[in-house]
Design a protein around this ligand. Sequence first.
Ligand SMILES: Nc1nc2c(c(=O)[nH]1)N[C@H]1C(S)=C(S)[C@@H](COP(=O)(O)O)O[C@H]1N2
Ligand SMILES: [Mo]
Length: 254
Amino acid sequence: MTRLITRRGAVAGLTIGAGGLLSGCDAIGNNKLFREALIFRGSDWNETLQRALMKRGALAPEYRPDQRSPIFRTNGTTNPGTSAYAAHVANHFADWKLTVDGMVKHPLSLTMAQLRSMPTRTQITRHDCVEGWSAIGQWTGPHLSMLLDLAGLRDGARYIVLHCADRLYGRNYYESIDLLAAYHPQTILAWRMNGAPLQIGHGAPVRLRVERQLGYKQAKYINHIEAVSSLASVGQGKGGLWEDVANYDWYAGI
Ligand SMILES: Nc1nc2c(c(=O)[nH]1)N[C@H]1C(S)=C(S)[C@@H](COP(=O)(O)O)O[C@H]1N2
Ligand SMILES: [Mo]
């Protein structure tokens, strides 16, 4: 069905039958045309629709504490290795800044103390890496949506880009997610893992958990969050480092 509807047809169809679409399949919410045509126009009407879709959005399975993996391996960068990062570690990240800017009304620059003072969600979920391993861990941190709401997304913002402190292939690691993922109830900025401060190998001081997506979307060492209208100007245009250098799938849903 989604392949047959045109942009104009989809909008008309939704206007007439929003209830029907909303109660329909999950796949339609993951359809790029549908999302772009209907969800991310930025108007209040679409914001309401978007939130309704997000509330409807299925949750990733959550597990009991005793189901956590005894060993949660690390992957990709396990230490950014720069002198600046080493200084942050020595200083217990007291001067680490998490900026939120781009298409927002009120750019933010938060310290870790400020981030840690925000209400948190704790979830025990399974991490799935495309390289063929999984691990179950517990994550704690504020909802990404709370920061985005504090900053106030501008009309036209469609994607959230996570910029990281580590460098791979001569550039800082970056990833991006759409607003459905950004506002998903299990999407958090985790600064605790398994009840302890996030370790360096897992992305200290703060990393993304976006539980309906694959491992490479779970950006570590985040120091900058940017709202953008398009991914064209992000890296080489595919929205993430692995997408750009290795043609990984951008959506990476699981
Ligand atoms: N900044 C940054 N984030 C990253 C990576 C990375 O190399 N740098 N690797 C990704 C990949 S491929 C995976 S599987 C997970 C690994 O997270 P972990 O080290 O906590 O297991 O982090 C993801 N996020
Ligand atoms: Mo991965």
